[in-house]
Design a protein around this ligand. Structure first.
Ligand code: DHB
Length: 310
């Protein structure tokens, strides 16, 4: 009964990987698809051409499970690789095809290819990659966000959602929601990593990742409160036809439950999937089921969006 729907796509489980984690190669994508406990898979954000990404070390796990920092720099196998993958894959599970062009033109070009292809899954337009030197996030430029969505929806007819960066101001929640509500989006995915944090190694007084002098996107437990606020704020403001994928700070079943309370339809796991591996999905689903049983709920309808305020 732990299911979800986005338009006419049905998800038999509510958990899946967050883009970037366990989804760059066909072997990794197969691993996520093969799990009994995932409802879907999302592909590593693609650029038109293959990219090696930033120099290593470019990913680091903080002590005590606090979270992660990364500046991967969009390493990916290139758009055609993921197109070939989804073309040849026979699966009943929905696939989210994530794209992150380095310019509006690159995104529009990839979306034209997706529009013209046989691909019948969902498309996630990533407006929030913080890790490419010299490239600002579109999601923090509201005019640019409205502009690209206007151009995209002039021709794009397949189910499309956007991956958003975290917002930290109530007026920004209002403003981004007002823009997103102008378009027939299938979903929004919130949040991407909290961009450009800095982690220091205590023994060596050195940054822990090499790119961008140590600056990188923060994920994991550290970002949970921000993720929940973004899910909640957007659920309150977006048209009900726009579903919400909650991402950020999920390490336990309770974290999944909290995302659901805030209004998430699906929940993604990034840092903790990187840390724990594919078995994380079984553990999280079991922990969530225990919470639901304890509370006497037999449907997620009893939970979704049911956060209480004082
Ligand atoms: C990368 C990081 C992101 O947060 C993202 O949305 C896309 C790409 C990266 O560094 O590879």
């Amino acid at each position: 009964q732990l299911t979800a729907n986005i338009q006419n796509y049905h998800f038999n489980h509510i958990l899946l990987n967050a883009a970037g984690v366990m989804c760059q190669t066909s072997m990794e994508l197969d691993t996520v698809l093969a799990s009994e406990y995932t409802g879907a898979v999302v592909t590593k954000s693609a650029t038109p051409l293959v990219r090696p990404g930033n120099p290593a070390p470019r990913y680091y796990e903080l002590n005590n499970g606090l979270g992660t920092i990364n500046s991967m720099g969009l390493p990916n196998e290139g758009f055609d690789y993921y197109m070939d993958y989804v073309d040849t894959k026979e699966t009943y599970k929905p696939i989210f095809f994530s794209i992150a062009g380095l310019s509006k033109q690159e995104n529009i070009a990839m979306l034209h290819q997706l529009q013209d292809a046989d691909f019948d899954g969902l498309i996630e337009l990533n407006l929030s990659c913080p890790n490419v030197p010299g490239k600002p996030q579109t999601g923090y430029d509201f005019e640019a966000t409205e502009q690209i969505l206007t151009e995209v929806f002039a021709f794009f007819k397949k189910p499309l959602g956007v991956k958003l960066p975290p917002y930290f101001d109530i007026v920004h929640f209002d403003d981004i929601a007002a823009i997103l509500n102008k378009f027939p989006l299938a979903f929004v995915n919130t949040i991407n990593s909290i961009g450009n944090g800095l982690v220091i190694d205590q023994d060596t007084d050195t940054v822990v990742i090499k790119p961008k002098a140590g600056f990188g996107g923060i994920g994991g437990t550290l970002v949970k409160a921000t993720a929940l606020a973004n899910v909640r704020a957007l659920r309150d403001r977006l048209n009900t036809t726009i579903k919400i994928i909650g991402t950020g700070g999920v390490t336990t079943g309770r974290d999944v439950y909290d995302h659901l309370l805030c209004g998430a339809d699906l929940v993604e796991v990034g840092s903790q999937l990187a840390i724990e591996g594919i078995t994380v999905f079984e553990r999280l689903e079991k922990e969530l089921t225990e919470i639901l049983t304890e509370k006497g709920y037999d449907s997620l309808d009893d939970v979704r969006g049911q956060l209480k305020i004082m």
